[in-house]
Ligand binder design. Structure first.
Ligand SMILES: Cc1cc2nc3c(=O)[nH]c(=O)nc-3n(C[C@H](O)[C@H](O)[C@H](O)COP(=O)(O)O)c2cc1C
Length: 227
């Protein structure tokens, strides 16, 4: 099977969000030959200050209409989460240094920026207008209806071309992993900037692909909402 065919087979067979039959939270499990790293958790001598190392990263979902986000907040968030600079001060690791992920920003309520779909240029730190809308299209599944109250949505889209050339179909895995790295940056930076954020996996792939005007080698994988 061709690499691209394999990627398409997986990607397009996992777009159906309503396939979830059971909802059970993951439980902690043990093995018979367990080695306790410490007998008593109170004996752990280094208690790193959680606030200094990692802020409280709980998801924040705006349940009613919020004040608009400011253009400056969005700029600071994007710049500090994902950027390319000649001094190599990149903000996330990427397999082979390829950086296959592109961020697309759907602006709903951001002061100083017109509603619409934009592509984020991580080198120039600019937004490139792609598509406008008078009514915001429903891009997320009904259980995510709080996304109507947010200032913007950020879609993580992988451009599979260079990844596939170097790693074959395995490159698709790396793209998923890289979403996690950048997502974590967005969680941390938005917390620091007092922006409410929530990771979103429940969106309609085909609609996102259409509104973002994505070509065949571009796959929407993950998203964040900011308020
Ligand atoms: C891959 C992924 C997809 C997610 N998709 C959604 C989503 O579609 N809607 C939503 O409200 N939360 C979504 N979340 C957020 C989780 O529900 C949330 O992180 C989890 O309940 C733990 O809560 P906390 O983040 O407040 O600690 C997603 C999180 C991840 C990592």
């Amino acid at each position: 099977m061709e690499q691209k065919e394999l990627i398409d087979l997986f990607h397009y067979n996992t777009t159906n969000y309503s396939d979830q039959l059971k909802y059970e939270k993951g439980s902690v499990f043990g093995y018979e030959n367990e080695i306790h790293l410490v007998e008593n958790l109170n004996d752990i001598s280094i208690e790193l200050s959680y606030k200094e190392i990692l802020p409280n990263l709980s998801s924040k979902r705006p349940m009613s209409a919020k004040e608009p986000l400011h253009r400056e907040q969005l700029l600071n968030l994007l710049y500090n989460s994902y950027r390319f600079k000649n001094d190599k001060s990149l903000k996330a690791p990427s397999a082979g240094g390829i950086y296959p992920l592109e961020l697309y920003v759907v602006i709903q309520n951001v002061e100083g920026i017109e509603k619409g779909v934009y592509h984020y240029n991580r080198e120039k730190i600019s937004l490139n207008y792609i598509n406008g809308f008078s009514n915001i299209p429903r891009l997320n599944v009904p259980s995510n209806n709080f996304t109507e109250n947010v200032g913007c949505m950020i879609f993580f889209v992988c451009n599979i071309t260079n990844m596939m050339n170097k790693y074959g179909a395995r490159g698709y895995r790396y793209c998923l992993i890289e979403c996690g790295h950048i997502g974590q940056n967005i969680s941390i930076v938005s917390d620091h900037l007092n922006i409410e954020s929530c990771a979103i996996g429940g969106f309609y792939d085909a609609r996102v692909k259409k509104y973002l005007n994505l070509s065949d080698n571009f796959y929407p994988l993950y998203s964040y909402v900011l308020a």
